[in-house]
Design a protein around this ligand. Structure first.
Ligand SMILES: Cc1cc2nc3c(=O)[nH]c(=O)nc-3n(C[C@H](O)[C@H](O)[C@H](O)COP(=O)(O)OP(=O)(O)OC[C@H]3O[C@@H](n4cnc5c(N)ncnc54)[C@H](O)[C@@H]3O)c2cc1C
Length: 451
């Protein structure tokens, strides 16, 4: 009976799953390329604090770690003026995210795992999976081979484990163009009085020339947080030019970089279509579990860790086969994926809009605070579907712009195709049926993408 679990990479969902499984008596080891002190990035993140309670992890306040509520976002199209900008509105405090330093999130999760008996191998680079036939049997690393009864893949978007899996497992290895976004992030000095800044947290759709881009300028008490997201990695020179263009219109963005300065890819797409194989389960960015409009992935991966840990604990055979791990995929899609995935269809439509069409969408009220408030982690396409007395007027706006209408109807058709395919997710695992379902699921999303 298997008891040994390897977690590849100290991703957030992997750490949370490790802690829950350690608590349940499994022998769990996390293998991570960085040293413990180097985990995470030099910036803060927004996340839903409820996820800590869901997995039995202490809330940051009980762990003595600093956190704050994050500010509401104000959204702008490429040329939106003050009259047409759109501000998020939250109905309940529980919908609002907190912000926490990434290093502190790691402190919390690593301690949670250690307190539950999890072991760590830091400074160990994973080269790929070890396989016995079709079964994942361990990890090949620069410190030798590690064998386990189950490998939880929490090694991020470019996981060498997922990429090294045998093709016959039907698990997608690489993402396509437009399925990931490269984000530069850095904190700059704040040469203005923060109280004079009207839109503290500005998110801008397509602010830069060229392909789709998404950026923010988030004014803090003593610095300004800049994020620039592009479909191809921007060069240092491009970042300098873009930042200067923002600075010209946003005097709160200073010139001196205080922290950060990396460009990192984030999944910008639907979750992975097949999450499990014999001896293998993927979670977090390794399984593309990010909210496809704002690219938040921490809350979703911690939430998913509970579903994964529950499926593993329920496997009385302790074989950790695709069959016994399949309930993880079923529950993930039922509780999270089926709500989050179609948001990627909306994202694909948005990235296909011209700057003029985006401006029209803002200026005519075609998109409203409701659609934009869903980007605050509460990840479900269902939040798009609400009664709106202004719907006829919004419909009229579309009728007046046939090209925009075509794109909007396209996304409605894709969402309908997705909705009709959802119930076909097999309830039990059979490789053929699962791969057939996965191929159709992926095709709904990829048929419009450039390759
Ligand atoms: C600029 C930026 C801002 C973001 N802001 C937010 C936010 O505000 N809120 C939010 O929820 N999300 C945010 N995200 C997304 C978030 O980072 C991820 O979705 C989240 O971290 C979940 O990913 P993960 O933990 O699974 O993977 P990762 O964070 O990628 O972690 C993977 C781990 O695996 C390790 N690893 C990788 N390869 C190897 C290897 N070969 N050997 C050993 N170890 C390996 C890595 O070192 C890393 O520790 C942001 C991302 C970026 C880039």
């Amino acid at each position: 009976m298997g008891n040994t679990i390897l977690v590849a990479g100290a991703g957030h969902g992997g750490l949370a799953a490790a802690a829950q499984l350690g608590k349940a008596g499994f022998d769990v080891t996390v293998i991570e390329r960085h040293e413990e002190k180097d985990l995470g990035y030099d910036w803060f993140d927004a996340l839903n604090p409820a996820v800590f309670g869901m997995v039995g992890c202490p809330h940051p306040k009980d762990a003595g770690l600093p956190w704050q509520w994050r500010a509401d976002v104000t959204y702008f199209g490429p040329h939106t003026d003050d009259e047409h900008k759109i501000k998020q509105r939250f109905k309940k405090l529980s919908d609002i995210e907190i912000k926490m330093e990434r290093k502190d999130i790691y402190r919390l999760l690593v301690k949670f795992a250690r307190d539950n008996g999890v072991k760590f191998r830091f400074g160990t680079f994973i080269k790929g999976p070890l396989t016995l036939g079709d079964r994942v049997a361990g990890l090949s690393t620069d410190a030798g081979n590690f064998y386990g009864d189950l490998v939880i893949d929490a090694a991020g978007l470019n996981s060498p484990v997922r990429k090294g899996l045998p093709d016959c497992l039907g698990i997608q290895k690489d993402v396509l163009k437009n399925e990931r976004i490269f984000t530069y992030r850095a904190f700059y000095d704040l040469p203005a009085d923060p109280k004079s800044v009207e839109d503290v947290y500005k998110v801008m759709f397509r602010p830069d020339p060229g392909d789709f881009s998404l950026s923010w300028i988030y004014t803090q008490d003593t610095y300004t947080d800049l994020l620039i997201g592009h479909m191809e990695p921007p060069t240092d020179e491009e970042i300098g030019t873009i930042a200067q263009a923002y600075r010209d219109k946003n005097p709160q963005l200073g010139k001196t970089r205080l922290r950060g300065g990396q460009t990192v890819p984030i999944p910008f797409r639907r979750p992975l279509s097949v999450l499990v194989a014999d001896g293998y389960a993927a979670i977090g960015d390794a399984a593309f579990m990010t909210m496809p409009l704002n690219c938040s992935g921490i809350s979703m991966s911690i939430e998913a860790s509970k579903l994964l840990a529950d499926a593993i604990k329920a496997d009385k055979t302790r074989t950790f086969s695709a069959e016994t791990l399949w309930p993880y995929q079923v529950q993930f899609y039922k509780q999270i994926g089926f709500g989050a995935a179609p948001i990627a269809l909306v994202k694909d439509m948005i990235i296909g809009l011209t700057p003029e069409q985006l401006d029209t969408a803002f200026d005519t009220g075609l998109i409203t605070w409701r659609e934009l408030t869903i980007t605050a982690d509460q990840h479900s396409i269902r939040q798009f579907l609400h009664f709106d007395p202004k719907l006829p007027r919004r419909g009229l706006t579309l009728v007046k712009d046939p090209a925009l209408m075509k794109k909007a109807l396209g996304v409605v058709a894709d969402c309908a195709a997705f909705a009709s395919h959802m119930p076909a997710l097999p309830k039990t695992y059979s490789r053929d049926r699962v791969q057939r379902w996965a191929r159709r699921y992926d095709r709904i999303f990829t048929r419009h993408l450039p390759y």
